[in-house]
Design a protein around this ligand. Structure first.
Ligand code: UDP
Length: 240
């Protein structure tokens, strides 16, 4: 399948049309942003890792019965995915307190939560992706009640599958962000699953100040070793 015209350029990916109106090609860049675009940089090789890793995760989840947008990887940076209409919600699942959750609720990073949590942000860069609840999402017609219920169920199922999967690689899945799309009347998992969108901590490094981040926090917080962290996650996944 070949790239036709560029449809969209986002912070980390470009999207191209294909000859098939149901499919688009996603092209992963090395560009990295944080804090709603305020911090900008590049992470060498990130596009390749995120492309391949996201595809592995989508295929693993498909096997567990979770429908995704994945169709076929073309090469290191390019993948054919279903052309979905993105539901404008960022869906965040948390197992352990970190980041904005720790700040907002005054819980030390690294505190195990009594149960996994879900939260929604309204996907809108101009507004800074504000936190919303399901009543807000319905009131703003961002999704239907049925869609939200499906998204919640799917997001928790993704969490269980991914927690187990990464545990075997010696990695604790702290939290992550998902996006969903509509394709031919069905809700499917879309966007990406990568160290850009997940917090991965080296297992057994729970101590709040001493955990080892193998994710974009190394970029956000200027911790150094950014490229190596992405490479290490990928090595554990593939042996490459
Ligand atoms: N996240 C993301 N995109 C965003 C915001 C958050 O992928 O625009 C991911 C982030 O990598 C982390 C999880 O969602 O794994 C929770 O992020 P949090 O709300 O703590 O925000 P942060 O502290 O990263 O600003």
């Amino acid at each position: 399948m070949e790239k036709k015209e560029q449809l969209y350029e986002g912070k980390a990916k470009k999207v191209y049309a294909t000859e098939n109106p149901d499919y688009v090609i996603v092209s992963y860049k090395d560009d990295a942003t944080a804090f709603n675009g305020l911090k900008k940089g590049t992470i060498a090789g990130k596009g390749v890792i995120n492309n391949k890793m996201s595809n592995l995760m989508m295929q693993m989840l498909e096997k567990k019965g979770i429908p995704t947008h994945f169709v076929e990887q073309i090469d290191d940076r390019n993948t054919v995915v279903k052309k979905v209409q993105i539901v404008p919600l960022e869906v965040i699942i948390r197992n352990v307190a970190a980041g904005s959750f720790s700040k907002k609720y005054g819980v030390a990073e690294g505190t195990l939560l009594a149960n996994p949590t879900i939260e929604f942000s309204y996907k809108n860069d101009e507004l800074g992706d504000p936190l919303i609840n399901t009543y807000h999402a319905l009131a703003l017609k961002l999704a239907t009640k049925e869609e939200i219920e499906t998204i919640e169920k799917m997001a928790f199922a993704v969490n269980e599958a991914m927690k187990e999967f990464f545990k075997q690689l010696g990695i604790d899945l702290i939290d992550f962000k998902l996006e969903f799309g509509r394709f031919k009347g069905q809700i499917v998992l879309a966007d990406e699953i990568s160290p850009d969108t997940c917090r991965f901590w080296e297992a057994g490094t729970w101590d709040t100040t001493k955990h080892t981040s193998l994710d974009k926090d190394r970029f956000r917080r200027d911790l150094g070793g950014v490229e190596d962290a992405y490479k290490e996650i990928f090595r554990r996944l593939t042996g490459e």
